[in-house]
Design a protein around this ligand. Structure first.
Ligand code: HSE
Length: 402
């Protein structure tokens, strides 16, 4: 019998218990052993909940119980969750988590601690909610030199952008809907300012390189600067606006990573990823392009990914092996994001269009919308483009295009 403790009985934690209990027969079959949730750690009581008898308030109960094989950390944050994870791993209990903040900050340390104590640390649900991406990065994509990863990695912002584009919905109303559906972070700034996507691309870029890409080094632009005119341009150009988190390896081996809104054509696979769905578009040097798609947030989707780790951890424990993950502490120095060349839409007021056309070369008119003219420019870095625009003194707005 495999016995599991779940730390935190919030949206994801309660989902983990539900998945383990409701799909118990097939999970047991796939592990080759019975499995049950023995404890749920939470500060609160849950009177009337069918699992209220499993709730404990003292983490020692879990750490000191030799019957507990696997701990699911679904508390969030990098405070108590970090301490409890270390305690569990030190006690030889394998841990899995949905906590991207913790994984981004302490991933290599916790992986090393797990190895030292003959147990495992897994974090499938920390990126892309229910999408399998961490395990494929560590296994199926192991033969590849990964050249780039571009992802819609935040369900809340994708939900907001989709509703605003399709229904002209007001930002505040859609954010509230995303919160009610359990998609948003406690502090929604983490979603809308790009921090959540930044942590997730830091984790993926670390697995891509086998070293540590720090979230603090990643340039973040969220969706709060996107307005109705941007959506009008996107519609006129048959494009959609998506918050893209990306890591690109240049031919000299240097890496850039950043998060920013992009206009994507209807023919781009990420351009059709709507609502709470996330997708990760990976390019490998042998495989070429591959895309992973699924629900990026929400209780049962995320819980399913956590339980996929539980199953892996249980199998690894019974067979006595270490699960693969190469992620060293050495830090990757990122190349400045604004030095890589790309394609942009520049928007200026119609009466200023002549001045722009005279001052910036290589632009071509893409559309006229709501009193603005949009120009496309390709093969230029954001830095060079901003310098050229600054010399015009125009109030121009730019957005990346793919
Ligand atoms: N707030 C996150 C999102 C939850 O919207 O994607 C999943 O990490």
């Amino acid at each position: 019998m495999i016995k599991v403790a779940v730390l935190g009985y919030g949206t994801v934690g309660s989902g983990v218990v539900e998945v383990i209990q409701d799909n118990n027969d097939l999970i047991c079959q796939r592990i080759g052993s019975e499995i049950e949730v023995k404890y749920i750690l939470d500060l609160r009581d849950f009177p009337g909940d069918k699992n209220e008898h499993l709730v404990v308030h003292d983490v020692k109960t879990i750490m000191e119980d030799p019957e507990i094989d696997i701990v699911c950390e679904t508390m969030g944050g990098a405070g108590a969750a970090y301490e409890f994870t270390k305690q569990a791993l030190t006690a030889g209990k394998s841990v899995c988590t949905s906590n991207k903040e913790l994984v981004e900050k302490y991933g290599p340390e916790l992986l090393a601690l797990a190895r030292k104590n003959n147990c495992n640390y897994q974090f499938e649900a920390s990126v892309g909610g229910g999408i399998p991406i961490i395990r494929p990065m560590n296994t199926s994509l192991a033969p590849e030199c990964i050249e780039s990863i571009k992802g819609i990695l935040n369900g809340t912002t994708n939900y907001i952008l989709t509703k605003m584009a399709a229904e002209g919905a007001a930002y505040e109303d859609v954010l509230k809907q995303a919160q009610d559906l359990g998609y948003a972070e406690l502090n929604p700034e983490a979603d809308v300012e790009g921090h959540d996507a930044g942590r997730k691309i830091a984790i993926l870029a670390s697995l891509m390189t086998g070293k540590t890409v720090r979230y603090e080094d990643i340039h973040l632009e969220g969706i709060t600067g996107i307005d109705a005119v941007d959506f009008a341009f996107a519609k006129a150009l048959n494009k959609s606006i998506k918050l893209i988190a990306r890591a690109d390896r240049a031919s000299d081996g240097s890496l850039t990573a950043f998060v920013a809104p992009h206009m994507l054509g209807a023919d781009h696979p990420l351009g059709r990823v709507d609502d709470v769905f996330n997708a990760v578009f990976v390019t490998g040097n042998m495989l070429g392009d591959i895309m992973f798609y699924g629900k990026g947030a929400g209780k049962l989707a995320t819980a399913s990914a956590v339980v996929s780790d539980v199953i892996e951890l249980a199998r690894a424990k019974m067979a006595g092996y270490a699960l693969p993950c190469i992620w060293a502490e050495d830090k990757v120095a990122l190349k400045p994001y604004d030095e890589i060349k790309g394609c942009f839409l520049i928007r200026v007021k119609e009466d200023e269009a002549g001045r722009l056309a005279g001052a910036v070369s290589g632009i071509s008119e893409a559309a006229k919308v709501s009193g603005y003219v949009g120009y496309k420019i390709e093969g230029i870095s954001e830095k060079a483009l901003k310098e050229a625009l600054a010399s015009t003194g125009l109030q121009a707005k730019i957005i990346r295009m793919e």
